[in-house]
Design a binder for this molecule. Structure first.
Ligand code: FAD
Length: 529
């Protein structure tokens, strides 16, 4: 079955016509994980996302699948252990999506300050032993020490006089938007979840005043049609919008979340050539930045600042760029200037609020699952890396809500009249789709050689990938293709804008856009880019 606009249309009809055990609000990594977990337990599952899948925070992360070395410093050992277990599991279940990535951690300091350098190297070594013992070594390699010369061989752009040595340790990396999309596809195509993007939840309905939640009101943002979804339980996986969805249930805004903004900038890889991620401290701030290779580019990030602007469109400001450039330029031989920046992106971390005035960088990355008196299950916080565990906890809570209602609604009665044991989480062993994509794109090029041309000059994407995105990845807009099915916009904004008209023409053919709609897509894209 094709995962394209026809399936989306059919799914939206089904949302209004059928009854579901569990409806997920939000198609970021958390919601996608919940849909897969729920559908694979055998629950009749629907997922609605008000924009594109992953268009919130889940396409704007640093894309590192990791335990988080710095969380060890914050003594979050359990969090690191769990995240490293999840990293390992993802490397096994989705080797086509998640790849090991060596990280270089230089030991900084002049060779004259031998005692200081020795202490610093010892501290890093202890932290990396701890990281390996907490689970990092399960990737198959232990961290190792490098001489100053070897460190400079791996990152020749570092100022040699500041480098006293280095360490290599291992984490992993994934295209966050693709991982999210493949989870949604796995939930839908392999386990029967009914999913749709551009479907917004506009209201939550209870059984009488103050009663249990039993329905969700939605609007198809592309056609304007409205539907009511009947559901046994509702999971709120709306990321930084989680409080907005809770207010539909509770009637007032809970303000439980404290969003923190993080930005990244992209540069040509020729500016900072490296085949591994490089971790550098930010002078004057107790944080580090990462320089990560990505095809012919590298990206640098991230910042971590409190955010109280509009949730829908966080932007990378001149000050954000200046912060990252200052941090990089403290360590590189040839300074990077603002005009070297080819792309930027900004995302909001859905961090759990605490009442103190702690910096957002120090707030915990743990997740929480809360159930409202009416049965809304809200899952918040967490990391891209730990989505599966968050999903399992959320669906366990949802199953408890259904159990408490057993016999009171037809849906819960149906669920609990099945053989026991079926409702246990199965995702620890479920493979994730996506391995078939490369050969399907190749086949398209074989059948239509004109699709073998480059989509955006200077970037490694083919015209066939845009066609595949429309036919098999539920891409509905030009932005879906240029920002998430491919990552063109993130890496090179100007080249991507220049390619927006030819890409829109290609999509017009696939998605049935007339001339006016094609132009509207190009205009809309120029505003978000
Ligand atoms: P989101 O991805 O924001 O998804 C929520 C979705 O809900 C959105 O798509 C939104 O459109 C939808 N929604 C909202 N309201 C409605 C409604 N009414 N109806 C329907 N849908 C609705 N984690 C890591 O593990 N590794 C990293 O390297 C890493 N780096 C990060 C760097 C930055 C700068 C940031 C900001 C985060 C980073 N994270 C990282 C954390 C990780 O990205 C997030 O924890 C994760 O993406 C959150 O996913 P989510 O699904 O909860 O939220």
């Amino acid at each position: 079955m094709s995962f394209g606009q026809d399936l989306r249309r059919r799914n939206i009809e089904r949302l209004g016509a059928e009854e579901f055990d569990l409806v997920v609000i939000g198609g970021g990594i958390t919601g996608a994980g919940v849909a897969l977990d729920s559908a694979s337990r055998g629950l009749r599952t629907a997922l609605v996302e008000r924009a594109d899948f992953s268009s919130g925070t889940s396409s704007r992360s640093s894309k590192i699948v990791h335990g988080g070395l710095r969380y060890l410093q914050q003594r979050e050992i359990r969090l690191v252990y769990e995240a490293l277990s999840e990293r390992q599991r993802l490397l096994r279940l989705a080797p086509h999506l998640v790849h090991p990535l060596p990280h270089l951690l230089p030991v900084l300091g002049s060779s004259k300050a031998k005692a200081v350098v020795k202490l610093r190297a010892r501290a890093i070594s202890s932290a990396l032993w701890m990281y390996d013992l907490t689970g990092a070594a399960r990737i198959g390699k232990l961290h190792r020490k490098l001489s100053a010369a070897k460190t400079l061989e791996r990152a020749p752009w570092l100022k040699p006089e500041q480098i006293a040595g280095g360490f290599i340790y291992y984490d992993a990396r994934a295209d966050d938007a693709r991982l999210t999309l493949e989870l949604v596809k796995t939930a839908a195509l392999d386990h029967g979840a009914v999913v749709a993007n551009y479907v917004e939840v506009t209201g939550i309905g209870h059984s009488g005043a103050g009663g249990n939640i039993e329905r969700v009101e939605v609007r198809d943002r592309l056609s304007g049609t409205e539907h009511t979804i009947q559901s046994g339980v509702v999971v709120n996986a709306a990321g930084v919008w989680v409080d907005e969805v809770r207010s539909m249930d509770e009637g007032s805004h809970p303000r439980a979340l404290r969003p923190a903004k993080g930005v990244h900038i992209s540069l040509s890889r020729s500016k900072l050539p490296a085949d591994l991620a490089v971790v550098l401290p930010v002078p004057g701030d107790k944080r580090s930045i990462f320089i990560v290779p990505w095809n012919d580019h590298v990206y640098v990030g991230t910042t971590d600042t409190d955010y109280d602007g509009p949730l829908d469109d966080p932007r990378c400001t001149d000050e954000d760029v200046a912060y990252l450039l200052r941090a990089v330029n403290a360590w590189v031989r040839d300074p990077i200037v603002a005009s070297d920046v080819t792309g930027t992106w900004a995302g909001l971390r859905p961090l759990l609020s605490d009442t103190s005035d702690t910096r957002t960088a120090d707030l915990s990355r743990r997740h929480s699952v809360a159930v409202s008196p009416h049965g809304l299950v809200s899952v918040t916080g967490g990391k891209l890396t730990t989505y599966r565990r968050m999903a399992a906890d959320a669906v366990d809570a949802a199953v408890r809500v259904l159990a408490a209602r057993a016999g009171t609604t037809p849906s819960s009665a149906r669920v609990f009249h099945r053989p026991s044991g079926r409702l246990r989480c199965r995702t620890a062993r479920l493979p994730i789709r996506g391995a078939e994509r490369d050969s399907a794109v190749e086949l398209l090029v074989h059948e239509h050689p004109d699709l073998g041309g480059t989509l955006v000059p200077g970037l490694p994407y083919l015209r066939a990938e845009a066609v595949y995105a429309a036919r098999e990845e539920m891409a509905m807009t030009l932005d879906d293709v240029l920002a998430r099915r491919t990552r063109s916009l993130l890496m090179d904004r100007d080249a991507t804008l220049a390619a927006s008209e030819p890409t829109a023409s290609l999509l017009a053919h696939e998605l049935g856009w007339d001339e006016a709609e094609t132009q509207r897509q190009v205009n809309a894209f120029s505003k978000v880019a």
